[in-house]
Design a protein around this ligand. Structure first.
Ligand code: UDX
Ligand code: UDX
Ligand code: ADP
Length: 479
């Protein structure tokens, strides 16, 4: 048997782009992406897809209706498929055992139970969501405890390594594909079949096969390592600000060591996104369960440093504005957790905005891709505030950066969108309150030229030089 039909449960940030690329590269496979959410599926079938991802529109347009389908008919999808991807959401548990750390596996379990109930023929079930180690075992237990005569399951782990904002390129040119399976003849056979799917466009030497547990742990480890690099450079950014070193120069020098490498050394206001924090928390929880408290403490520090960085930046904003921001208008540029995505999950901008709102500021927010309702949702959520109406009253969302900035005391740049580099800061300076402040949380602006225009500029990992400050003091823009 080759794989003729694939079904994917979960049409989110992972399931949608992954299956679109599989459909593009495997015209001989019929791919159906299913979701319980009618709204989501309608969006996938419309002109405006539910997620923004460069290149995704083109891929969907090319394949949709040919060998790529989006459907709420989960039962049909499961029954017809030879191979089923599970890519449902796995948020951190908000209650009970492991609260705040363990992944909530209720959607994974729900998906496994659906498969058990509906399948009438053999299935290869592939765990694609980021899940804690041993999640495949849970899926396996549910499926095998509920199996019907004549139906056999193979469970594989095939973690997804795409990053948002570059999902299509990451999928097309994956560094590696990782497939874990059971160490049995049937397990090997199932692994081979999934390898065949990826071999349509990925070089075989980049398709790694391991046992299930190695595959699951590798995914957590990769994200933990990446996040650790960011916390490492962010920790040094504080040292740079205290000493006069420049974190970009340090990162360049360190990254030239081929053992270290130059990527992922960009100091920032802290990492966000749906994966890093969640996966490290998962890893910590796993270590605690395995009675490895020293290892748990080691990884906890990566998260603590990230929280410290977000707080440190926000504190700097408040202190610079004379320690009082009540009723001050402040522009927030960028709300997504990184550029080229409309996703706000764990975005550091949320932390910054929440703290400024708590101090009584009036926020004027602009992001090129995040929906307005999503910004309100993030900032009025019960986990953020007990006074949602008060927060709502102090938030205005704008359709352009210029309208968000007009009349504000300060610009706080939270996301590194390219368009923020291109703004006319001379024009902006004229329409701001004086002294005019810019806090560049992503180190993307030309700080010297901003200082020369008269702005008070602060950034991450660099004290702006005294000469610049003096030049600024000499300018007509001073208070
Ligand atoms: C190190 C730096 O590599 C070098 O750039 C710097 O100038 C001086 O410090 P050195 O201490 O001589 O050099 O050796 P290195 O190869 O870095 O190994 C240091 C220790 O780490 C050794 O005990 C080595 O066994 C250990 N190590 C290294 C590991 O345990 N695992 C590894 O993957 C690499
Ligand atoms: C990450 C992993 O990169 C990906 O392999 C995995 O599949 C999912 O998690 P993602 O969260 O989409 O992807 O984006 P990523 O580019 O990794 O950025 C995560 C966060 O780190 C962002 O907030 C980003 O701004 C921040 N970051 C990244 C830095 O602060 N500095 C850097 O040098 C790199
Ligand atoms: P990720 O970033 O991991 O892709 P998302 O939250 O973007 O996560 O997407 C997960 C999707 O999975 C959601 O659209 C949700 O409605 C869907 N989902 C959850 N449980 C099931 C299920 N049993 N069957 C089908 N879809 C599901």
């Amino acid at each position: 048997m080759v794989i003729e039909k694939i079904c994917c449960l979960g049409a989110g940030y992972v399931g949608g782009p992954t299956c679109s690329v599989i459909a593009l590269k495997c015209p001989d496979i019929r791919v159906t992406v299913c979701d319980m959410s009618v709204e989501r599926i309608n969006q996938w079938n419309s002109e405006k897809l539910p997620i923004y991802e460069p290149g995704l529109d083109e891929v969907v347009q090319k394949c949709r209706g040919k060998n790529l389908f989006f459907s709420t008919d989960i039962a049909k999808g499961i029954r017809e498929a030879d191979l089923i991807f599970i890519s449902v959401n796995t948020p951190t548990k908000l209650y009970g055992n492991g609260k705040g750390r363990a992944a909530d596996l209720k959607y994974i379990e729900g998906a496994a139970r659906m498969i058990a109930e509906l399948a009438t023929s053999n299935k290869i079930v592939v765990e694609k969501s980021t899940v804690p180690v041993k999640a495949a075992e849970i899926i396996m237990k549910i499926l095998r405890a509920n199996t019907k005569p004549g139906v056999e399951y193979q469970i594989l782990s095939n973690p997804e390594f795409l990053a948002e904002g570059s999902a299509i390129v990451d999928l097309l040119e994956a560094d590696r594909v990782l497939i874990g399976g059971e160490d049995t003849a049937e397990g090997h056979e199932a692994v081979k079949k999934l390898c065949w799917v990826y071999e349509h466009w990925i070089d075989t030497k980049n398709i790694l096969t391991t046992n299930t547990w190695s595959s699951e742990l590798s995914k957590l480890a990769a994200n933990a390592f990446l996040a650790q690099r960011i916390s490492s450079i962010n920790s040094l950014s504080a040292v740079c600000e205290a000493t006069g070193a420049d974190v970009s120069e340090v990162a360049r020098a360190v990254g030239k060591d081929s053992r270290i490498g130059p990527k992922f050394l960009e100091a920032s206001i802290g990492f966000g996104g749906s994966c890093f924090q969640k996966d490290i928390l998962n890893l910590i929880y796993l270590c605690e369960c395995l009675n490895l408290p020293e290892v748990a403490a080691y990884w906890q520090q990566v998260i603590d440093l990230n929280d410290y960085q977000k707080t440190r930046f926000t504190r700097k904003v408040i202190e610079s504005l004379f320690n009082t921001i009540t009723d001050k208008k402040i522009a927030i540029l960028g709300f997504s957790f990184k550029k080229n995505t409309g996703d706000t999950r764990e975005s550091p901008a949320i932390h910054v905005a929440k703290t400024l709102l708590e101090e009584g500021a009036k926020l004027h927010i602009y992001d090129p891709k995040v929906e307005h309702d999503q910004i309100f949702f993030e900032l009025t959520h019960p986990s953020i505030t007990s006074e949602p109406e008060l927060f709502r009253k102090n938030i205005q969302i704008h359709n352009t950066a210029y309208s968000a900035i007009a009349g504000t005391h300060a610009i706080v740049l939270c996301t590194e969108w390219d368009e923020f580099k291109e703004l006319d800061y001379k024009k902006i300076y004229d329409v701001m309150m004086k002294p005019a402040y810019i806090f560049d949380g992503r180190k993307i602006l030309d700080h010297d030229s901003l200082v020369n225009m008269g702005f008070h500029v602060q950034t991450i990992g660099k004290r702006l030089s005294r000469t610049n400050s003096l030049r600024a003091q000499g300018s007509q823009a001073q208070p």
